[in-house]
Design a protein around this ligand. Sequence first.
Ligand code: 173
Length: 321
Amino acid sequence: MRKYVLVGAFLMGSAAAATAQEVTLRAVTAFAEKTTYSRGFERFIERVNETGKGVIRINYIGGPKAMPPFEVGNALKSGVVDIANSTGAFYTNLMPEADAWKLRQVPMAELRKNGGFNYMAAIYAQKMNAIFLANFVGDNPFHLYLNKKITSPDLSGLKLRITPVYRDFFQAMGATVVQTAPGEVYTALERGVVDGYGWPITGIFDLGWQEKTKYRVDPGFYTAEVSVIINKATWDKLTPQQKAVLQKAGGEGEKDAIGDFAKANAEDTERQAKAGIETIKFDEAGARRYLEQAYEAGWAGIIRQSAEHGPKLRGFFSKAK
Ligand code: 173
């Protein structure tokens, strides 16, 4: 009898030691669970929970059903959650510079070497109280999707669903804009509240938008960014071993994203055509002007909101001419 009590006490003791050591982080995503822009994050969580057994664990609370997408930045900054998957456009209220990721024309790996990453990371620390861990989207252009035909880059008379990603560009082409979370796009299209929307080349099938989309305008512009950020106070409390688990899983995800998105871009382009979505293409000169206007309006918007950092970010993020 006495022997069992001792064994029991020993087991309890070791369990307590294990829980004292293992840390659990609360995680949310700004995109619907199990859809295109949450998938990289979900793979990251699996990797952390597998490789971090007994050291660190991520408790995945979920997506927009648990928290509105435009609230995720606030929750991360204040520490309501420890770790989040979101895009810069969803927390421009806290850090307008975060929307500049869309204008990135050089690979993440290069930014991590040339100082651009560290420059951005310092702004995340200051304005978001956050560590920028990894970007889980490779090259993945945005497009304009429409239900009314256009023949030139003139959007006057059209009402379009936007986020900050598209605001300056679409307005520069004459559109009226209305901001919504992704979860409201289907209903807005169905009710005819909008004539179209901005979204990347991948993911329109996730929420059924192909049913309510007639045209995609080519070429695509910018590149989507969706990344993992961690509350800085949470990060500072982690041991080097716990940080290493997160960094390794983050690094693997950032690398995977390049090939994964190259493949997904091609697949979804084909799938859109099969779903009957017609492409509206400008001639070569028109396409060039469209892209020039996109970057011009995009950078002007960033610099208007951040005279301090905008011009420097433009230097780091732009392709050498
Ligand atoms: O259109 C959007 O909601 C948006 O800004 C975005 C950003 C990154 C990936 C997907 C969508």
